[in-house]
Design a protein around this ligand. Structure first.
Ligand code: CO
Length: 139
């Protein structure tokens, strides 16, 4: 059901300060930057080999990442696995009896479709599944 890890999500207070670390000091290159209104974040994807680090800065305090930062501070936020067919993956996750935050896919970064499983169902790890935009799928 799950393919390779697509990205890890990191919650940050300040995107530019985080870029100073990840891009300027650690040397990862920026692949994409986007405001994703549906998730209440401004996000930056950095290339790490064929995987990514996704920096997430909240658009406001009353967003999921804003609430996460208030509760836990900056740091590791979620792990995202690639799937080929997110609708089939969601059906399989439901059939496995695992609790979802999103029962239907929603818009993710770079034209992807994403859904989150509840950390209650996944041992405390907020887990995202992501079907990349067709134009970005490598074979
Ligand atoms: Co993500």
């Amino acid at each position: 059901m799950l393919d390779r890890i697509d990205h890890i999500g990191v919650a940050v207070q300040d995107l530019d300060a985080a870029l100073e670390l990840y891009r300027d000091r650690l040397g990862l290159s920026v692949a994409h930057r986007e405001i994703v209104q549906e998730q209440g974040v401004e996000a930056v994807l950095l290339d790490a080999g064929e995987n990514h680090v996704e920096l997430l800065a909240p658009l406001g305090p009353e967003t999921p990442v804003g609430r996460f930062l208030a509760k836990s501070g900056p740091g590791l936020h979620h792990v995202a696995y690639q799937v080929k067919d997110i609708d089939a993956a969601l059906d399989a996750i439901k059939a496995a009896g695992l609790e979802l935050i999103d029962s239907r896919p929603r818009a993710g970064i770079r034209g992807s479709r994403v859904a989150f499983m509840h950390p209650r169902a996944t041992g405390g790890v907020l887990t995202e599944i992501v079907q990349p935009a067709a134009s970005l799928v490598s074979h």
